[in-house]
Design a protein around this ligand. Structure first.
Ligand code: MN
Length: 737
């Protein structure tokens, strides 16, 4: 335990003219009052106020504040009274200690209304004298440091309250060090897994990059010295909690986190800050979009610094904060650094400096407090104000949903429940239908519109900002793809059974699963859909005397016996023969496929196909269905494999404006501008060039292959006609058309 003279020496080191007697009296009084009381850890209770006092000396606070820290638990926990403290230490200190006592009585109540009342009292006390907050934060910090021996439930509650109220409040007051440590300690108790993983990863990265970090520090110091700038340069690593909240905010993984190293450069003058910035940018490439000038535009909490991110010698990103010593103190200690000693009134109360942003915020919040009489509303509002990087929205029933800034109704839906997200088809914000990509604002009331049996579009994965929404969308897409493969597998199996005059049932498949090497019916059907398991093998397993019909059955014409739809992300619909008429679709047999990507079971063959073409699908193991125009010579390769043929038809929704691929070959005369003319002809016809390659070049002619994107066969033919009419075009034909 710290001795009396040690505490006095600590204060004397930064405040030589101190009232030494006051400190000594407070030390002895608190020690005697707490006597043999013990903390949960078994330590003497007095060690707690003493540590709180020590924290405040690190912030260079005056002896009155340090004395209040020593006395802060005496009225509550011992037989000390306000009257006695007034007599011994004066009414000013008595008032501060009583203020803290009132706050303590309200501490850690789980009821919302009581919590709000607590915060309200705290804010009023801050307005009355800023030192109440400083002692309260130091008290909370020490309690957080020594949370270990508490009961788990109490620990969780203290940690959550710290994360919700005290850490943001410290941030609001510009006390970054305090905020960082409170967050780090609370984070550890709230999410031990994340804390452990991230801390280990940070340590690993620190070790791996130790040399480069040292090199940058050396180079930078030398460069600044060359240019006559006296600077202190030191490396620092982001805290585990700041890394965690960034991962949440930007929905990125730990592996993707690149800029976790930083340097602080402390210089003498504002001008030196900008000169340092110039030197940094000339020495290393900067990362665009990361430069921020908080010197000319300070943050809400009066924070000032230049921020930039550079690409270091081994390609890792390094963030730099450049500031003067004064800016640094404000950044570390916030109101504690510049509000004290300045605004004490006649009664000796210390107020926030009136030109600080923290003062403005506190005033506004207190006005709000005076205006409203609903303490819970006040709590929510104040929490909103404290959390600058979050948005708070409400369900129509009034449930509060906290989301990172930039969150959309999609994130909101998944925050409510995974099912709500999966079935989300739209949203209302404050009663009005809005796009699901809308960025949510504080106080928005969001109603999620759901429809059963939906699959979230895969594109939402890039719109959502929360990790929860993103992983759920990915999961839903995987499930949906598996479902559509198994649906396809069932269709194929039904047809194969029917060809042999047998009736398929899922039930009948069950006894065969072992033989087929699949866990369940869905799994086996999906394997057939993917082409990994042949339907004839299933029949052979079911009926040992089964003879495969060798006769190739190219589809002659499309029989209108009922269809089911395959729909791609882009809105293309393939109708596939189903069982009875369109009632299949009404029965929910339709298998929607949404989401682009290689997982999709429907692709075009190399020569493309456009609406108006008669088409056929071929099952390609591992790829899905490949669509060919029926005249395509490539199809002869599958003549002996009737199982692989799938009847498909176009069913185009005009509203979707979908384009389709078609490959053409073209011979052009080698004359200036001919390629430009061809490109222009295609463009004025509203066709797109997806790819163009030169096949051969003769002295007179160049032969090229162009992959076009067109609406349909008419559009393709019209484009071909227009090209043919051009004098520079000798010949143009569709490949396999
Ligand atoms: Mn305490």
């Amino acid at each position: 335990m710290m001795r009396q003279y040690e505490l006095v020496e600590k204060v004397a080191a930064y405040k030589p003219e101190l009232d030494e007697a006051l400190l000594n009296r407070a030390y002895v009084y608190a020690m005697q009052k707490h006597g043999s009381q013990k903390r949960a850890s078994g330590d003497p209770y007095f060690s707690h106020p003493l540590e709180v006092a020590a924290i405040l000396t690190e912030m260079h606070l005056d002896e009155a504040t340090v004395a209040v820290a020593l006395l802060h638990d005496t009225i509550e926990d011992t037989d000390a009274t306000r009257k006695e403290i007034d007599q011994l230490f004066g009414p000013k200190i008595g008032q501060l200690v009583e203020g803290l006592t009132k706050l303590k009585r309200l501490d850690l109540v789980s009821k919302k209304a009581a919590q709000a009342e607590n915060l309200r009292k705290l804010l009023l006390a801050i307005a009355d004298d800023i030192r109440v907050l400083l002692v309260k934060l130091a008290d909370r910090l020490h309690n957080m440091r020594t949370l270990g021996p508490m009961a788990p439930e109490k620990r969780a509650r203290i940690a959550q309250e710290t994360m919700d109220i005290y850490a943001p409040l410290a941030g609001r007051m510009g006390m970054q060090d305090m905020r960082d440590e409170l967050e780090a300690l609370a984070f550890r108790h709230i999410n031990l897994d994340a804390y452990t993983t991230i801390t280990a990863r940070l340590a690993e990265l620190r070790e791996r990059h130790a040399e480069t970090i040292a090199a940058i520090e050396r180079d930078l110091t030398a460069k600044l010295k060359e240019n006559g700038i006296a600077a202190t340069v030191y490396g620092r690593q982001k805290t585990a909690y700041s890394v965690f909240s960034k991962m949440q905010r930007k929905a990125i993984s730990l592996e993707q986190l690149s800029d976790i190293f930083g340097f602080r450069v402390i210089v003498d003058t504002e001008e030196a800050c900008y000169r340092t910035l110039g030197i940094v940018h000339r020495t290393w490439p900067m990362v665009p979009g990361r430069f921020k000038d908080y010197i000319s535009t300070p943050k809400q909490n009066d924070y000032r610094s230049l921020h930039t991110t550079i690409v270091g010698p081994s390609r890792q990103r390094v963030e730099l904060q450049i500031r003067t010593r004064e800016m640094h103190e404000v950044a570390e200690y916030g109101v504690a650094a510049h509000a004290l000693y300045k605004d004490a009134d006649e009664a000796g109360h210390v107020h926030l400096s009136k030109d600080s942003n923290a003062y403005g915020w506190l005033r506004r919040t207190i006005e709000l407090l005076a205006a409203g009489d609903n303490p819970e509303e006040f709590l929510e509002h104040t929490k909103l104000e404290l959390f600058q990087d979050q948005v708070f929205c409400f369900t129509p029933k009034g449930q509060l949903i906290a989301l990172p800034r930039g969150a959309t109704p999609i994130d909101f839906a998944y925050a409510v429940h995974t099912d709500v997200g999966d079935n989300c088809v739209g949203c209302k914000i404050d009663g009005r239908i809005m796009p699901v990509v809308t960025e949510l604002a504080n106080g928005d009331e969001v109603e999620v519109i759901c429809a059963r049996g939906q699959t979230p579009p895969q594109a939402w994965e890039n719109i959502a900002v929360t990790g929860k929404a993103r992983s759920a969308i990915r999961r839903a897409a995987r499930t949906s793809i598996r479902k559509q493969y198994s649906g396809l597998g069932q269709q194929i199996l039904e047809r194969t059974y029917a060809r042999s005059n047998k009736t398929f049932s899922r039930e009948a498949l069950k006894p065969l699963l072992g033989k087929l090497g699949h866990r369940d019916v869905e799994d086996a059907l999906a394997a057939i859909g993917r082409g990994e398991l042949k339907s004839s093998d299933v029949l052979r397993a079911a009926f040992p005397d089964y003879q495969e019909s060798r006769a190739a059955r190219r589809p002659e014409k499309s029989e209108d016996e009922g269809w089911f739809n395959l729909r791609t992300a882009a809105g293309m619909i393939f109708r596939m023969p189903g069982r009875g008429k369109s009632k299949d679709r009404r029965n929910g047999k339709a298998i929607p496929i949404r989401g682009a990507g290689d997982d999709l079971p429907v692709h075009f063959g190399p020569d493309g196909a456009v609406p108006g073409d008669r088409i056929v699908g071929i099952i390609e193991p591992g790829k899905g269905i490949i669509i060919y125009p029926i005249q395509s010579p490539a199809l002869t390769a599958y003549d002996d494999e009737p199982d692989r043929w799938i009847d498909v038809r176009w069913d185009i929704d005009d509203a979707l404006q979908e384009r389709f691929p078609a490959r053409i070959t073209l011979s052009a005369r080698n004359e200036p501008g001919s390629l430009a003319e061809i490109a222009e002809t295609i463009a004025v016809n509203d066709a797109n060039i997806h790819n163009l390659s030169m096949v051969s070049t003769a002295p007179d002619f160049t032969k090229m292959v162009i992959e076009l994107e067109v609406w349909d066969i008419q559009h393709l033919n019209q484009t071909l006609r227009q090209l043919r009419a051009k004098p520079c075009v000798a010949d143009v034909t569709r490949v396999n058309g």
